[in-house]
Design a protein around this ligand. Structure first.
Ligand SMILES: Cc1cc2nc3c(=O)[nH]c(=O)nc-3n(C[C@H](O)[C@H](O)[C@H](O)COP(=O)(O)O)c2cc1C
Length: 169
């Protein structure tokens, strides 16, 4: 699948088969995230891999929808503010960098026939407890990773005419 086809193929998957994702495939996903560009190449993110089998109840505390723990894997991205590149006005870019890394992983998963769904509506306090996160890192997003249980319907997008300004706002 080429890159543009991968982008067009990706949809949020909210139903997974229990089939496992092998370690070689998982490594390819993590490697795709590692290759993501980051501001000043600081790489201020960490990926947390969770195997859901037998831990459904605990991992379900992070995000309570049943499909979240249907997939054999859940992967979270965490930003590390102390490692962030900051613009001259002090705006930190660690969350942007973490998000790009996650999108690389999501698109790599799509190209390998796996389903994903961005999740930001997680419970931050439960997440800190389940993952044992220190106070100086910030959970940004999660995704289940597994084989889709069914085809996903395409969602609509605003037309380019609404999303794009040329030359000036
Ligand atoms: C940053 C971000 C956070 C999201 N959080 C959630 C979420 O918590 N739960 C959920 O079911 N979907 C979540 N989504 C998925 C969006 O609802 C979905 O991407 C959007 O409706 C477009 O549909 P598509 O992904 O199928 O193209 C999130 C997506 C993004 C990019």
């Amino acid at each position: 699948m080429d890159t543009l086809e991968t982008i067009q193929t990706r949809h949020s998957v909210r139903g997974y088969k229990p089939d496992p994702v092998d370690d070689e495939t998982l490594t390819r996903l993590l490697e795709a995230a590692r290759q993501a560009p980051t501001a000043a190449n600081r790489q201020p993110f960490r990926l947390v891999v969770l195997h859901t089998r037998g831990r459904e109840e605990e991992i379900g505390r992070i995000y309570g929808r049943p499909w979240f723990v249907q997939a054999p894997l859940v992967i979270g991205v965490v930003a590390v503010p102390a490692e962030a590149w900051r613009r001259a006005d002090d705006k930190p870019y660690d969350e942007v960098d973490a998000t790009i890394a996650m999108d690389h992983l999501v698109l790599a998963a799509t190209s390998l026939g796996l389903g994903t769904c961005w999740v930001a509506a997680f419970d931050p306090q439960a997440t800190r407890e389940v993952l044992g996160l220190p106070d100086d890192v910030e959970p940004i997003a999660f995704t289940p990773v597994g084989y889709p249980a069914k085809d996903q319907a395409a969602t609509s997008r605003r037309p380019l005419s609404e999303l794009v300004k040329y030359e000036r706002w």
